[in-house]
Design a protein around this ligand. Structure first.
Ligand SMILES: Cc1cc2nc3c(=O)[nH]c(=O)nc-3n(C[C@H](O)[C@H](O)[C@H](O)COP(=O)(O)OP(=O)(O)OC[C@H]3O[C@@H](n4cnc5c(N)ncnc54)[C@H](O)[C@@H]3O)c2cc1C
Length: 391
């Protein structure tokens, strides 16, 4: 039987309050992935959310499991993001991996003993993901040899398994792409220097180099021809997960502003008694409610024909709302909002990062625009006055 979502959400809330919130500043100062913390998350079942129980997972539907990041995002959006990527990889392995690879890795990932991440982006191709150079070549004995470079790899050097998207021929386009899982200790796999980030320093990010890395054909997660399409499905889940985490971020910013404003005395009352401040925070609260409804609707649409465009709506709207919320709440604290102990600077930097990762706001607009053009095809054309329809 699948886990009870309310029990899982309560566990995530406790993990946020007891482990993330009290320690996130120290994690950022240390600049090291908090493996002891992610081990604790794993013990609560947060590393196998959508994987079947047979493989040690929670067996939650995406529409339910994605709500976990709203809880974790109240503590830190980058931590929530890293665990969401691990869960997506685990889901992909259990759903599409070969039997022998699942035997070797599925329980390692659902239990969180091992962590996984996804490597699609390359130095020359972020939004334009099809312009990929990493190449896998099939050897006579059925093994694959991979060479190339990936960029912006999260949990770089920390994750134990990298779900890597590669081309398998010189043909242009994506019909030859595959996804192959590469264990960290495979000879030829190395990582570049860590990127210097303005915050979220505990999340290791760097390039990943594959120099004649050879793996078994058992490591194929998505076969030739399905690499890009399958990755885009994974990215849809990631986009909704990010929107969920952003709702946690908005709640955290709002609560900081409320907790400060109720004690800040001004004009013979408290700051929260000022109409203008209530209006500012009221707008944040409305956008938070709208964001929640949107990401939950998008989570329930995953796997249906509406999934990609709903994920794009959520990724377009919610991180923007989160950035606005973090900045508005900073303003509400006045000068104090700029000081580190209140944490609002961290939330603003996180919100901006979450507008970019896993498909930027602009790329979401492109997805929505395409869907609108398709809808227009089904509408009866309105007459365009003579002279207006010619170019
Ligand atoms: C913190 C962090 C973690 C990440 N982790 C991972 C990871 O684990 N694995 C992974 O594979 N990748 C990861 N990424 C990469 C991330 O997905 C890319 O940064 C993202 O897809 C954007 O690509 P880019 O940075 O190359 O920007 P570019 O693609 O160079 O885009 C530059 C600008 O052009 C805009 N743009 C692009 N296309 C259009 C268009 N058609 N119309 C209008 N504007 C457009 C973009 O919105 C952006 O503003 C991570 C990124 C970050 C910031």
């Amino acid at each position: 039987m699948a886990a009870d979502i309310e029990t899982v959400l309560a566990a995530a809330r406790a993990h946020c309050n007891e482990v993330i919130k009290p320690n996130v500043d120290a994690w950022n100062a240390a600049g090291v992935w908090p493996r002891a913390a992610s081990d604790k998350a794993a013990a609560l079942g947060l590393t196998g959310l959508y994987a079947p129980e047979d493989w040690g997972g929670q067996g939650l539907p995406l529409g339910e499991g994605i709500r976990v990041y709203e809880e974790l995002g109240q503590g830190d959006g980058a931590y929530a993001f890293a665990l969401s990527m691990h869960n997506i990889c685990t889901f992909a392995l259990c759903g599409y991996g070969t039997d022998s690879f699942k035997q070797e890795w599925a329980r390692e990932l659902t239990s969180g003993r091992k962590l996984a991440n996804f490597a699609l982006t390359e130095p020359q191709s972020g939004s334009d993901a099809g312009k990929m150079y990493s190449r896998a070549t099939l050897n006579g004995d059925g093994t694959w040899t991979i060479s190339g470079a990936k960029a912006w790899v999260s949990l770089a050097g920390e994750a134990d398994l990298y779900f890597t998207v590669v081309k398998t021929s010189d043909q242009p386009g994506h019909k030859d792409m595959a996804m192959i899982a590469i264990p960290k200790d495979t000879p030829g796999l190395t990582f570049g220097p860590r990127y210097e980030t303005p915050s979220y320093n505990f999340l290791p990010l760097s390039e990943m180099y594959m120099d004649n890395v050879t793996v078994s054909e058992e490591n194929i997660i998505l076969p030739v021809g399905q690499g890009l399409q399958g990755s885009l499905m994974a990215i849809d889940i990631a986009r909704v997960s990010i929107a969920s985490g952003c709702c946690g971020l908005m709640q955290s910013a709002l609560d900081t502003a409320l907790a400060y404003g109720k004690g800040r005395k001004m004009f013979g009352a408290t700051e929260l008694d000022l109409d203008g401040i209530q209006w500012m925070l009221g707008e944040v609260a409305t956008e938070l409610e709208a964001s929640r409804l949107l990401y939950r609707a998008a989570a329930n649409a995953l796997g249906t024909p509406e999934g990609p465009v709903m994920a794009a709506h959520a990724k377009r709207f919610v991180p923007d709302a989160a950035l606005k919320a973090a900045n508005t709440c900073t303003q509400v604290l006045g000068g104090m909002g700029l000081l580190k102990p209140y944490g609002l600077d961290r939330l603003s930097l996180l919100a901006q990062m979450l507008r970019i990762v896993d498909g930027t706001t602009e790329v979401s607009r492109v997805v929505i625009g395409r869907a609108l053009k398709k809808r227009a095809e089904g509408l009866e054309a309105l007459p365009v006055p003579k002279g207006f329809g010619e170019s």
